[in-house]
Design a protein around this ligand. Structure first.
Ligand code: ADE
Length: 249
């Protein structure tokens, strides 16, 4: 996979040089390239932003450097330009980012992420250049850089081979439509608190059943909205019925 990021703050992306993201790049699973928006601006001062027409506070990113940058990045010969690669603006007005969107994006050969700054970008960028807009939550950041890193992290860990233990991403919270249940590691007894006996029983069937039930319990307690869309077996429904009955007692 190939990911281009257009930003006024490429220095902010050092997070990508660590851990799983670093290993995925070293292994050739993903090629992440940072592009400085200022380099695509013209004139002596390479201006990238201007005050808004009609007045009002803040600055707005100009259309020309963004169009020039996107056109030049996509024409770099790295991939087939006749394929429509997603061009995604990071903005609090975008569609809310979810695990499902991360999975969708992980299926593309190439992504281009644009980080907004200041008051936003000229509307013509949104209308005539972007194919998608993504928000990482209902709050306003000072720029799209943190949001782009969130999206890159969530997408890259889904690429086959990115996580050490193959298949680990499949059991993540949200990937299954449920939150994950509790995890324990050594020691078996810590300050008098025991690890549940079933996890030490060595009985794979019972452990799998317990994990499923704890995932259901946690989702029921914390995110009951997720149960509406989760894929549930008859046994899952029976267990949730028990939880509800216990709760009403
Ligand atoms: N830029 C500023 N705030 C943002 C948000 N919540 N999501 C994505 N990009 C942003």
């Amino acid at each position: 996979m190939h990911i281009d990021i257009l930003t006024l703050l490429p220095e902010a992306f050092t997070y990508l040089n660590y851990s799983i993201l670093q290993r995925a790049q070293a292994a050739g699973l993903v090629d992440i390239r940072l592009h400085h928006l200022r380099e695509y601006a013209t004139g002596k001062h390479r201006v990238t932003d201007e005050p808004p027409f009609g007045g009002g506070g803040g600055m707005v990113l100009k259309p020309e450097p963004i169009f020039t940058a996107v056109e030049s990045i996509l024409d770099d010969g790295v991939s087939n330009t006749s394929i429509a690669h997603p061009i995604i603006l990071m903005t609090p007005q975008g569609r809310p980012f979810t695990q499902t969107i991360a999975q969708e994006l992980a299926g593309y050969e190439r992504l281009l992420l644009i980080c907004g700054r200041y008051e936003g970008v000229d509307e013509r960028v949104r209308q005539h250049l972007m194919t998608d807009e993504i928000s990482i939550g209902d709050y306003v950041l000072t720029g799209g850089e943190l949001a782009a890193m969130v999206v890159v992290d969530a997408v890259v860990r889904l690429l086959p081979g990115a996580l050490g233990a193959e298949g680990a991403a499949e059991t993540d919270s949200h990937a299954t439509g449920l939150l994950e249940g509790p995890h324990y590691t050594k020691p078996a007894n810590f300050r008098g608190w025991d690890v549940p006996a079933v996890l030490r029983s060595g009985h794979a069937g019972q452990i799998a059943r317990w994990r499923r039930q704890e995932a259901l319990r946690r989702t029921w307690e914390r995110r009951p909205d997720m149960l509406v869309t989760a894929v549930l077996s008859e046994e899952d429904k029976w267990f949730l019925g028990q939880l509800a009955a216990d709760g009403n007692r």
